[in-house]
Design a protein around this ligand. Structure first.
Ligand code: ZN
Length: 554
């Protein structure tokens, strides 16, 4: 007997998996639209996907399950329904949705498996070199996962090129004293546009840089460009077009309809107005630094920084820029963008632009601000009201070597493990080779004048209570109770009691990186070449990468 084909059957043609730190995304490529049902079963944990009137036209075993929460994937037929069962290694929170075709793919069914055990990644520790905080730069490699971004000749994909440049930028920032780079994505997976700015805020970023590469219908279009958020709409036709294209990636990635809907328009526009002005001025400043640097080796699309309504630039409190590194649709630029040397040049141009900006306008309490003052004093801190308890010994810095343990280091410096952990804000007992720790200096030759339990901080423009708290190593509730605050609002000029940061240690050490010279290190630390040589008993001017130098007090 022949069954009438009432409804077109669909088939699953292919299955792909993308691994993000907090979830795994399975994408089923389909021959046509489907409906589906998803449910979990326990003992053992399983996730079941039912797709009516469908059949499997691929092998599930082709998908690599390594590092995913899935231990096995199998399929069965229940009448005309295709059932796919995922055996799980851990319990997960599932989410699923169907996607319509776009330029890159046909009909798809997406299943996200969110890990429950995933601990929220802690904000980057601000306390760093000399207990003055690092400047945190959030580096955003555009696109990723199912969203390849722009495609160029020779199968060059924007998502790969921009991740490579982003990684090089992170390396440069991490090598630079006083700076730290944090990536929004560190692999080939997708993050929503709002998710990217949310991550930057979670890490207390001082600056957000999104890295992209263009494509245009006309393969002759070329040139790099630097963008900041426009006050109202886009300043050029190109900007409008680009913003539409970059913002549309959320739809390709699949979560656009959720993340882009704006439930709280009124509140948002009020907040934006309040702090946007300051952050836009900084964005333009750092943007033009970078524009100038890139113009030295690349053709620029415009003579100046351009403006458009990119979603990723809409953080009211974090200066944000977007760099289009070139046209991947232009064969000439695509070829260059693929090479390590060009990627390095691009990362270096962005890095130097950021560094120049922050040396010009260092945030309060940053290591760069402290360095600019010649390594003395503390910023914006009114001397303590309460001063007490002389401290027996000073402190110095110790670099963890292979074979060290926290307890050995503590006993060697005559300290308890608890004190050592407290001094370095450590939450676990693990240390890694090369890590710098603040330790009590046994000889107690250097005496710190007094311990300073609290000091005062004056609120500046752009501050929020939570940022002030984290910057002083306090929780929001500690800060509020210390100041008997009932709400989270603060006003510019208001003085708050905060935990005092310990004084910077008397001895500073510096690890030589590639490209350093003795005279550069000396000038960067405000000491003379001869003083630097004397402090390290150097006979010649040659140094090697990785060598640790004592920086004498200037
Ligand atoms: Zn892009």
């Amino acid at each position: 007997m022949l069954l009438p084909a009432l409804v077109q059957a669909a088939s699953v043609k292919n299955v792909r998996m993308w691994l993000a730190p907090d979830h795994a995304r399975l994408v089923f490529d389909l021959s046509g639209p489907v409906t589906h049902k998803l449910f979990t079963l326990q003992g053992p944990d399983r996730l079941v996907l039912d797709i009516p009137r469908s059949q499997l036209k691929t092998q599930l075993s082709r998908v690599s399950l390594a590092k995913s929460p899935i231990s096995a994937m199998r399929s069965a037929k229940k009448g005309s329904t295709l059932r796919i069962v995922l055996d799980l290694k851990e319990s997960i929170r599932p989410r699923s949705f169907e996607l319509k075709p776009n330029d890159q793919y046909g009909h798809r069914l997406v299943v996200d498996l969110y890990r429950k055990s995933q601990k929220a990644s802690p904000p980057v520790k601000s306390a760093a070199v000399n207990q003055q905080r690092n400047i945190i730069v959030s580096i955003d490699a555009g696109h990723g996962g199912d969203d390849p971004g722009a495609l160029g000749p020779g199968r060059v994909r924007e998502k790969d090129v921009v991740l490579a440049i982003a990684r090089r930028l992170k390396t440069l920032l991490d090598k630079e004293p006083g700076f730290k780079g944090v990536m929004t994505r560190s692999g080939d997976y997708y993050i929503s546009l709002r998710g990217r700015t949310r991550l930057a805020r979670k890490k207390n970023a001082d600056m957000f840089v999104s890295i992209h590469a263009d494509a245009f219908k006309n393969p002759r279009a070329k040139g790099a460009s630097v963008w900041v958020l426009s006050p109202r709409g886009a300043s050029s036709e190109m900007g409008r077009w680009l913003a539409r294209r970059e913002n549309a990636t959320d739809l390709i990635g699949g979560v656009g309809s959720v993340s882009l809907d704006d439930k709280n328009k009124v509140l948002k526009s009020v907040l934006l107005d309040m702090s946007m002005t300051a952050s836009r001025a900084d964005s333009r400043d750092v943007g033009s630094n970078i524009h100038r640097n890139i113009a030295r080796f690349a053709k620029m699309h415009k003579k100046h920084v351009e403006q458009a309504g990119f979603v990723v630039l809409k953080s009211p409190d974090i200066p944000s820029i977007l760099v289009e590194t070139g046209f991947i649709s232009n064969p000439d630029e695509a070829r260059k963008l693929k090479t390590a040397s060009y990627q390095r040049k691009m990362a270096d141009a962005i890095f130097r632009g950021i560094k120049a900006h922050f040396y010009n306008k260092p945030p309060a309490h940053s290591w760069v601000a402290w360095k600019k003052r010649g390594g003395k004093g503390r910023s914006q801190v009114v001397l303590p009201v309460v001063a007490s308890k002389p401290v027996a010994a000073g402190s110095s810095r110790y670099k963890v070597v292979s074979g060290d343990s926290l307890s050995r280091i503590a006993s060697r410096h005559g300290m308890s493990v608890a004190r050592l952990k407290a001094m370095n804000n450590l939450t676990s007992n693990t240390v890694r080779k090369g890590q710098w720790l603040t330790v009590a200096s046994g000889s107690a030759k250097v005496r710190r004048p007094v311990s300073q339990p609290t000091s005062r901080y004056k609120v500046v423009r752009g501050d929020s209570l939570s940022r002030i708290a984290s910057r002083h190593g306090m929780t929001l509730s500690q800060l509020k109770s210390m100041n008997k605050l009932r709400s989270n609002t603060v006003k510019v000029g208001q003085r708050l009691r905060v935990k005092a940061r310990p004084a910077p240690p008397p001895v500073v050490r510096y690890k030589v990186v590639s490209g350093d010279s003795l005279s550069r290190i000396a000038s960067r630390h405000g000491v003379s070449l001869s003083a630097l040589k004397a402090a390290n008993r150097l006979a010649s001017n040659s140094i090697r990468i990785g060598q640790v130098l004592r920086i004498p007090a200037s």
